[in-house]
Design a protein around this ligand. Sequence first.
Ligand code: SF4
Ligand code: SF4
Length: 420
Amino acid sequence: MQYRKVPKNGDELSVLGFGCMRLPQKNGRINEEEATKQIRYAIDLGINYFDTAVPYHMGASEPFLGRALSDGYREKVKIATKLPHWSVKKREDMDKILSSQLDKLQTDHIDYYLVHSLAGESWESMKKLGVAEFLNSAKKEKRIINAGFSFHGNIEAFKKIIDEYPWDFCQIQYNFLDEKNQAGTEGLLYAAGKDIAVIIMEPLRGGNLAGEIPDEISKVWNEAEVKRTPAEWSLRWILNKPEVTVVLSGMNEISQIDENVKTAKEAYPDSMTENELLLVEKVKERYEKIMKVGCTGCRYCMPCPFGVDIPECFSNYNNYYMFGKKPMEKFHYIIRLGGILGDQGYAGLCRNCGKCKKACPQNLDIPVLLKDVSKTFEGRTFGFKLALFKALASLQGRISARKGKNAPEKENTENFENHG
Ligand code: SF4
Ligand code: SF4
């Protein structure tokens, strides 16, 4: 296994981290026996970073991980989990949620604690609720060791969050299609330039860059001199960047663990040849060609005076068509753009003022395209779905906060988010 150093504390983290959001399942629940076997197998192969969160597996991921790490495995790894900001209504909720997580994970400290899924507005509201003071005191009491945040907003919001707290690490969505999306390459370099460790999530865009990929993309990968799977190419491309500390993968088969560990052993920073990098670029261009909207994510059209997150709308729309119209993309759209986790920015907010159109270097007819996005993802039941998801988020928050320290363990069944 290859390990990379966390600049602020010298921890040596395995470059491959285990994301506990897509564990093997049986009858709709975590297959405890198989998942435990896989977790321990991964640890024996040298993986030492395990990432979970309250909503993963409808609340069951954290308590499962606590059990899986018994028998001496806890001491061999670093646990990362997250504060669900949407569940926090007042300062005391933060301590209650953390206490409940420590209980569920059967540990007295969280090694890497993140504020979950921040964007511009959620950061502002968490600041007002006192999150900086909470993180400082939890660190002082050694209930958490390192403070970080996971992120799904735009680059401006990312830099602001980075600058406003002395973070030890952060977690961003990053892969060869997302160089200019969300924090992107600019965010990766910005954080690393401030000695903040960067954990990568969605290296395969939720699995879409691997598995069943379009034939025309396979043809390009097959042009490579050394044959590799699309998953291996994608991971190698990320690990080629020296600024990356850990790449998370939501693994649920022994064969996936073996393949990813093999990649992690070989993929050193700056190890890809010029030809290999050109091949990835060619695959990226081919993906962009089959996208519905030729948006490059440059953000010249932003901000929209009515709050539409134009590039994020197009990114969801493109994913939907590029990866076979999977219902999961509609779910992501509500979660990301409906204001459940990040800031509200869905296409239906457009008032057709035309401001963005003048700024787009790709000459996209943005307001017209947004109407298509709205038609695809919103429809007549959108308002109802938003209200439903918000109610579920609030219910989950109340349950998490009520559990508190030493509360009896009981898995909750609400789930509205499942990302890594
Ligand atoms: S046309 Fe629509 S998306 Fe563009 S700036 Fe105006 S309101 Fe925003
Ligand atoms: S300016 Fe055009 S290409 Fe750039 S992010 Fe906006 S819509 Fe996309």
